[in-house]
Design a protein around this ligand. Structure first.
Ligand code: GTP
Ligand code: MG
Length: 196
């Protein structure tokens, strides 16, 4: 499967504006600024497929990308960012929870968490929700380049221990868009979810 073929399809404010709920899609979710859009760009080897920003809250719509073979990748708005007007925040948090609960074609979730503070409360809620809906999770500890190798390995081991508590299909890997670590793990997992 060639992730480089990903093309932007649409930005939807809610699930009714998404493409038909058929086939398979995989969503990238996580706190604002965790590195979701950067990870999508890294996976697809495209510099600016998904818009990234230093300012948290950049992605406010459900962005849909499609591969030449028809599978979709979804860049979700981040959660947990305080400095956004309440009305905007409510609208997009609502879109997010609706998407996660109703989208039939959603077959896997990549949960991105900054390696320096993984498994915040909302991340845990999301993972518990996924496990209870039988949706597999790939938990990526992002910005892994920020730590030295020893510290990184320790955190990954601890996070894997912590992930056992979810009692579901939750794989934990370190990832860096900057240094391109973990890209092979993401590709392998997505290939599996897409059925290749
Ligand atoms: P929202 O759309 O606001 O929810 O954020 P996002 O999760 O899509 O994050 P985004 O990819 O826009 O990245 C946020 C910031 O983190 C940007 O300044 C990125 O350059 C930086 N960043 C992303 N990935 C990495 C990484 O692997 N290493 C380092 N050092 N910085 C990264
Ligand atoms: Mg984003």
């Amino acid at each position: 499967i060639n992730y480089q073929t990903a093309k932007f399809i649409t930005s939807a404010p809610n699930i009714r504006k998404l493409p038909d709920d058929t086939g398979i899609e995989i969503a990238f979710a996580g706190r604002s600024n965790a590195g979701k859009s950067s990870a999508l760009n890294t996976l697809t080897r495209q510099k600016s497929l998904a818009r990234t920003s230093k300012t948290p809250g950049r992605t406010q719509l459900i962005n849909v990308f499609e591969l030449d073979t028809g599978e979709r990748l979804i860049d979700l708005p981040g959660y947990g960012f305080a400095k956004v007007p309440m009305a905007v925040k409510e609208q997009w948090q609502q879109a997010l929870s609706e998407y996660l609960q109703k989208r039939e074609s959603l077959k896997g979730i990549v949960v991105l968490m900054d390696i320096r503070h993984p498994f915040k409360e909302t991340d845990q809620e999301l993972i518990y929700w996924a496990v209870s809906s039988d949706i597999p999770v790939l938990a990526l500890l992002t910005k892994a380049d920020k730590l030295k190798q020893g510290a990184r390995k320790n955190i990954v081991l601890k996070a894997r221990q912590a992930a056992i508590a979810f009692n579901g299909d939750v794989q934990v890997e370190a990832f860096s868009s900057l240094k391109k670590f973990g890209v092979d793990k993401v590709e392998a997992k997505l290939n599996q979810w897409f059925g290749y």
